[in-house]
Ligand binder design. Sequence first.
Ligand code: NI
Length: 143
Amino acid sequence: MALVRFGVSMDHTLLEVFDRTIQREGFASRSDALRHLVQRFISAKRWEHLAGQAMGAVTLVYDHTTRNLTERLLKLEHAFRDTIVSTTHVHCNARVCLEVLLVRGETKRIATLVRELQSLRGVLDCQVTSVPFQENEGEESHG
Ligand code: NI
């Protein structure tokens, strides 16, 4: 496979932290680390484009003191009550909250929810673990 070189612009501080992380994790080079990250990113995003149903957990970290964030989040969670099965909220410190949303529904609907959550100002991290499934898979037939 032909290798293609391309330039990446990055904040100096971010690059320093990246280089330290690469070293700690034992990558041979920035290119190696980037290839690894790109592959992870692609496979993490792949589920969003599958048709059908999925279940998953959305882990959200946010600063609840961000203006209007809690109102926006609550409104969003109510709008997606068809998809959100349950929510667990832990107050990490005076500002930061950790919330885990268990979700179930159409893959596209879950992906929309995740995109909306990620776009909220004050959300510090949003990670998704998701598995596609078929409703009647694994059932014995009673026909
Ligand atoms: Ni909280």
